[in-house]
Structure formats: structure tokens, C-alpha cells
Design a protein around this ligand. Structure first.
Ligand code: URA
Length: 296
């Protein structure tokens, strides 16, 4: 095979991996899993037969072992936590860490210690927020992409550039909005996050909203609109309609406006006119003090 042939093959293999979503190196050295030795079976795998059940409480206490018998207890088999059990543990930990945070800095530090979202293992950086935390508008997108993951900031890639242009149309920029995402780590290859991944981050987003306490929320894309407003309709139905975002920690509901995601607008530019209507509605609320929840 020629040098060119080798190069072409290597490039084709690389392209294939990128298309399959493997577009980030997550280790220093490549691992050849076709020749790597098989892992020893773990000692915590299920034994052939289950351990004997403990004696009933009413039976007399077992006699002491005969002299010389080992004092060591037989190993107790504990099942691996199943997906449900670990998802519940992640949610519990997320709730505990989130409610204990009393400032945005503490919330970010809590996320740094949180181990309940598996996306953290493959991401380069935590992507917490950008913009002005004092702003009247808080925008919540979906999940960081490759550029956001590299920079540790939300909406700094191609979608972010469109978002900036959209905001500029109504006189806003990153000094007048606060921007975050539902997920704080990039899903590998930008795959759709699982329900468990979204659920594990939700308590942090809920606390994020409480701590930032904006006047208005803009829910950018279906993921934030559906999860924060507990709605099942698609974004094309939800967009443009102000709805109250309520949560137990808030003194009053916050008006929330679902809108189309810039990544969708890049694919469907003819839908920009709908996003423009949503922007005008936000502008009206900011400029006139109109209460979007009053239905007038
Ligand atoms: N899309 C999002 O929803 N968020 C980002 O930060 C970037 C792209």
C-alpha cells in the first residue's frame, strides 16, 4: 500500500470515529482494547448460590464457635447498585449539594464536587454560566457543545454566536443577560442526554434560578422548556407563550418564555421569524414593565 493509501485509510478511520461521536481524546494514551488482557472477574459479582438467610429473630443466639474456628465472618454479597438505585442516589446527592449552596460561587463549587452525573467523566470542563448574574434575564439552554466544553463557558460556539446576534437585535448582550444550560457537562459527541443525566442536574438548575433570582427566564430549546415547565408538548407548541416557572424555594413564580434554540434556527433559518416574535415579547416585558403572566 502506498503512503497515500495509508493516510487516506487513517483519515477515513478518523472521520468514521468523529461521525460516531468519538471526537474528543479522553486519555493521554490510546488503549488497544482488542489486545488488552481481560479484566479479572470482580469479587463482588453474584456467587453461584445466594448466602444463607439469617436465622429468625426468635431462635436462640448461635453458640460461640468452637475453639480454633475462624472468627472471620463469611463475606457478605452485596448487589451492585442497579441503574435505578444509582440514579436515585445521584438525585439525592444533587439535591443535598444544591440546597446547601447559598451563592452562585458555592453552587459552582458544589457542582465541581458532584459525582452523580456520568457526563463529568468524559467532559473537559464544567460549563456553569456566563454573562451578568445580576441581569433581569436568565437564559437556559440545553447542554454544552465541543467549544463550550473547551472554554468552560455556555454558548460560545456557532449557536452562541447566533444567540448573541439575536440578543443584539433587542439591545441585549452578555452584560445584560445571564446564560446557563440544563446540563453542566458536554454529552460525548453531542449525543442526546439521557433522562437520568437531565434529572441529576435539575436540582442544580432549580437552585441556580433561585440564587440568580431573575425577573424573566428565557428557556432556549425544548429540553429546558419541557423540564422546567413540566410540559410534554414540543418546543414549536410551547414557544412564544409566557408561563409561570414555579418552585418551592421561590417567593413568586417567574415568567418564563420558551423559544427556539439557535442550533435549530441554523438548520431551519425560515423559523427565525418565530424567534423574532419571541424576542419582541421579551423586549416588551423589559422595556414597559408589562407583566407577561397577566394575560393582557
Ligand atoms: N447549545 C446549548 O444549548 N448550550 C450551549 O452552551 C451551546 C449550545
Amino acid at each position: 500500500m502506498t503512503m497515500h493509501g495509508d493516510e487516506d485509510d487513517a483519515l477515513a478511520a478518523l472521520r468514521w470515529q468523529i461521525e460516531a461521536g468519538a471526537d474528543e481524546a479522553i486519555g493521554e494514551d490510546p488503549v488497544d482494547r482488542t489486545t488488552a488482557p481481560r479484566a479479572e472477574p470482580e469479587s463482588r459479582t453474584r456467587p453461584e448460590a445466594p448466602p444463607p438467610s439469617p436465622p429468625p429473630r426468635t431462635s436462640p443466639p448461635p453458640s460461640r464457635p468452637a475453639a480454633g474456628a475462624s472468627d472471620r465472618q463469611a463475606p457478605v454479597w452485596r448487589p451492585e447498585p442497579g441503574p435505578l438505585e444509582s440514579a436515585e442516589a445521584a438525585l439525592h446527592s444533587a439535591r443535598e449539594l444544591a440546597v446547601a449552596a447559598n451563592s452562585l460561587a458555592e453552587l459552582e463549587a458544589a457542582l465541581e464536587t458532584f459525582e452523580g452525573c456520568p457526563l463529568k467523566a468524559t467532559a473537559m470542563n464544567l460549563v456553569f454560566a456566563d454573562g451578568n448574574p445580576e441581569a433581569r434575564v436568565m437564559m437556559i439552554g440545553e447542554a454544552p457543545g465541543a467549544e463550550e466544553d473547551r472554554q468552560g463557558l455556555p454558548f460560545v460556539g456557532v449557536s452562541g454566536r447566533l444567540l448573541d446576534r439575536m440578543l443584539a437585535c433587542i439591545g441585549l448582550d452578555r452584560s445584560s443577560v445571564y446564560i446557563t444550560n440544563m446540563l453542566f457537562w458536554r454529552p460525548p459527541g453531542n449525543r442526546t442526554p439521557t433522562a437520568a443525566e437531565i434529572a441529576s442536574c435539575l436540582p442544580f438548575t432549580e437552585r441556580h434560578i433561585e440564587l440568580a433570582a431573575p425577573d424573566y427566564l428565557v428557556l432556549v430549546g425544548g429540553m429546558s422548556a419541557k423540564n422546567l415547565l413540566a410540559r410534554s408538548e414540543g418546543i414549536l407548541r410551547l414557544r412564544g407563550q409566557w408561563r409561570p416557572y414555579q418552585h418551592s424555594g421561590l417567593p413568586r413564580p417567574i415568567p418564563a418564555l420558551p423559544t427556539l434554540h439557535p442550533a435549530y434556527l441554523l438548520r431551519q433559518p425560515q423559523q427565525k421569524r418565530l424567534a423574532w416574535r419571541d424576542l419582541l415579547s421579551l423586549h416588551r416585558a423589559l422595556a414597559t414593565g408589562w407583566d407577561p403572566l397577566s394575560k393582557t
